[in-house]
Design a protein around this ligand. Sequence first.
Ligand SMILES: C[S@@+](CC[C@H](N)C(=O)[O-])C[C@H]1O[C@@H](n2cnc3c(N)ncnc32)[C@H](O)[C@@H]1O
Length: 384
Amino acid sequence: MERLPLYATASRGTEPFLAQELETLGCKRIRQDRGGVRFFAALDEIARVLVHSRIAMRVLYPLRQFEAQGAEGLYEAAHSLPWEDWLERGSTFSIEATLKDSEHTHSGFVALKLKDGLVDRLREKWGQRPDVDTRTPTFHIVAHLARTSLSVSLDLSGDPLFKRGYRTATTAAPMKETLAAAILMASKYDGTEPFLDPMAGSGTLAIEAGFIATRRAPGLSRSFACEAWPSFAPKLKPLMDEVKRAAHGQVRAAPAPLYARDYDDEVITALKRNVTAAGLSSLRIESADATVADPPPCDPGLLCTNPPYGERLGTGGQKGMKSFFHKLGTNLKRWEGWRFSVLAGNDAFESAFGMRPGSKQALWNGAIACELLHYPARLPKRTP
Ligand SMILES: C[S@@+](CC[C@H](N)C(=O)[O-])C[C@H]1O[C@@H](n2cnc3c(N)ncnc32)[C@H](O)[C@@H]1O
């Protein structure tokens, strides 16, 4: 089967984990880039990536790269692409453009010029124009213009892959599902040990941990744009059905307990709604203050969390944050046998927390530069 050159986008810092995941899913010629990973995959591997990837945000099929000067250059580029090989009468499309150091200041203007080129070409070929659908288009076209270098791609995923469908209620500062999955992979969480997030917010880390523990593929109950592409659909449909059938078959009960805690009542309400929407009935939700709480009544495992940064959540300024991190560290020092992974977005965290991380990684939570700090388990003190 022919392998297509593809590009999976990822949160900054998660590229190595995505590359590792794509390798496990059978993809070939994997090359990390900033903000994504290039790879080659045949249709069956594409189906596997869409259903199973926990870390990819979108999967793109790059069509061509252009030098595009001015509005005319954009129009000409879009007009020169053989859209009729992909779209058929009745197909709908949308175009999203992103810009970097471009002469143009509005991404909407760039998308509009590209749309004009595409529409005119298809009108010349078909005698009619295709329709734009910004909600559920058959083809979501992604364009990136860096200075005058324009790349145009088709988005195989449609809705981005981090939209798992369980975030029905949001709280302040939720993280992307794909970032949470990368943090768990970076923390070497394989779903067999107890898990706890003591400051769970909307529950992203705990729910993604629950999916890993129950071997639930993140894309099991959703569809993907490329399933409706005329040139893909006949071959892809049976492959996708088979991948989903096999993915259903591997779901199991979580082998170890899972906990999500928070101290805010409103957050707990949102958390419960999301966990129910995710179908994770075994994930226990508890109201507790992380600075004083005891470990849950189970064997030690992984504590993985994303404490408040202080910026958006208003907790008494930097001084208040330092004292909060210090109290948290003082309490967690009592948690013998537990290992900790903390995504810290506040520079003061590491010294105020008061323990020495075994290793750390740079990760970005949206625009916020963070460090993922890994603390090995503390063993019980031996009495002489
Ligand atoms: C940055 S948010 C976590 C976001 C989460 N990762 C998500 O994806 O939604 C931090 C959370 O910590 C909670 N929190 C702050 N201080 C706490 C404490 N002392 N004990 C328990 N939870 C706390 C807040 O209520 C908030 O929901």
